[in-house]
Design a protein around this ligand. Sequence first.
Ligand SMILES: [Zn+2]
Length: 176
Amino acid sequence: MARTRKPVVEVRRSQRRRRTVSAYREGERVVVLIPDRFSRAEETEWVARMLARLAAREERVRHTDNELLGRAHKLIARYLSDHARDVNPVSVRWVTNQNGRWGSCTPDDGTIRISHRIQEMPDWVIDYVLLHELAHLVVPSHNAAFWELVSRYPKAERARGYLEGISAATGLVLAD
Ligand SMILES: [Zn+2]
């Protein structure tokens, strides 16, 4: 029977913390920060609680990444079916470390990253950003052939306007 491996937990006590407990992954370990005044029993209780919470959070992220990949495949089927052989993304993920870009892709390994900043935007905008990156798997640069692919998406112009509006409002300069 398969058993899930228990993560190595490092508990760090902080004098400055009063009530807040937090946990995050650091390499192979999980670091749990607790207030110094916690008893051993409270420590045990909170470590278990935070591990469960962390696992739930990671499961949620996996779920939404899978959703994103599923969406990418739907867009390929609908708009890029004539290039299906070239457009074969191996991973499509939400990322939080992408400053100044809505999305990016690496044609060499077929990976696509989408900024978490568009997560709350309408679906048709997210689809545009996805399709834009998928089209880059066929044509890496922003040339006429590229825009022909993107323009197959009926709301492409509208989505570009939407994103430009947000860029203008937030003062962000977005590369893509
Ligand atoms: Zn682009």
